[in-house]
Design a protein around this ligand. Structure first.
Ligand SMILES: NC(=O)c1ccc[n+]([C@@H]2O[C@H](COP(=O)([O-])OP(=O)(O)OC[C@H]3O[C@@H](n4cnc5c(N)ncnc54)[C@H](OP(=O)(O)O)[C@@H]3O)[C@@H](O)[C@H]2O)c1
Length: 274
């Protein structure tokens, strides 16, 4: 039996805590009274942040790990399964905006490891203790691009692997939320639009062009925490008309229901030509 120690102070594990949204999550959660476990590759940044958080009176552990590797993930997974994590923020990620056939295959696989496998394994590691305590929260950082699969929009980046990992995160999180109904554990897929972070600092061309509306990471984190309190499973920080999410769910439900039948659709009844 794993042991699930009762915690005295809440403890948040944040991946991708060395910059951007993850850093803001770590700072905000520490400010709200959490001890934190900070995960990323850049040790110096993590240690500087840990020092800042400890000066503020909270404990901060650092795990230097590359989540595109099995060893990196295993180290974080081992820590997440100790039973004392009360909040998990699966945030680490990077963009691979380019035509899929030009994307290095190992980098594509690394993105799936960091943004899919890691999310699955860390949720699996942290959840048993949360369920045993009937309390806990998981934020899986997705993207509004999770909704973009069917869009033929030339202004959007080429994004097959990136957006597909985020669509996975949304499906996984929504289905998990259903399984956790009736428990005190909340899960959320956080789907920001464009956020002002280092995510966009790839290559020589700045990706954040002047006309693109950009949200600050502090607002993204504030929205996520407010959404956890509201019980919103999908949180799109800029979304005003919440009914859109309901309608999107209803449309998917209708497609699902229409697809479960013993009868072949007339569209696919091809006359035999022999
Ligand atoms: N910025 C946006 O416009 C935007 C919009 C929607 C969703 N998002 C999502 O928000 C999340 C955070 O991104 P951000 O915007 O805050 O970008 P960011 O400032 O570049 O931060 C990304 C974080 O992920 C970590 N990371 C990247 N690759 C990693 C790896 N292989 N192993 C471990 N950690 C890794 C980075 O740390 P190290 O480099 O130190 O490892 C960094 O801490 C991502 O999941 C991203 O997809 C961003």
């Amino acid at each position: 039996m794993p042991d699930h120690p009762a915690t005295t102070r809440p403890l948040a594990l944040v991946t991708g805590a060395s910059s951007g949204i993850g850093r803001v999550f770590a700072e905000r959660l520490a400010g709200d009274g959490h001890d934190v476990i900070l995960v990323a590759r850049r040790r110096q940044r993590l240690e500087a942040l840990a020092g800042q958080i400890e000066t503020g009176g909270r404990r901060a552990e650092v795990i230097v790990a590359d989540l595109t590797t099995a060893e990196g993930l295993a180290a974080v997974e081992a820590r997440a399964s100790k039973g004392d994590v009360t909040m998990l923020v699966n945030n680490a990620g990077f963009q691979t905006y380019m035509p899929f056939v030009e994307l290095d295959a190992d980098r594509a696989e690394g993105q799936v490891r960091a943004q899919v496998t890691t999310v699955v394994r860390l949720c699996r590691a942290a959840l048993p203790a949360m369920i045993a305590r009937d309390a806990g929260a998981i934020v899986n950082v997705s993207s509004t691009l999770a909704f973009s699969a069917g869009m033929r929009a030339p202004h959007l980046p080429k994004r097959a692997t990136y957006a597909a990992t985020k669509a996975f995160v949304n499906a996984f999180t929504e289905i998990l939320a259903g399984e956790l109904e009736g428990t005190g554990v909340r899960v959320q897929a956080l789907c920001p639009g464009v956020v002002r972070t280092e995510f966009h600092n790839v290559g020589d061309e700045p990706l954040l062009r002047p006309k693109i509306p950009v949200m600050e990471p502090e607002d993204v984190v504030a929205a996520s925490l407010a959404a956890l309190a509201l019980g919103d499973v999908v949180c799109q920080p800029a979304l005003v008309d919440r009914a859109l999410i309901e309608r999107e769910g209803e449309a998917r439900h209708a497609v699902f229901a229409a697809g479960v039948s013993a009868d072949l659709s007339p569209r696919y009844r091809v006359a035999k030509t022999d």
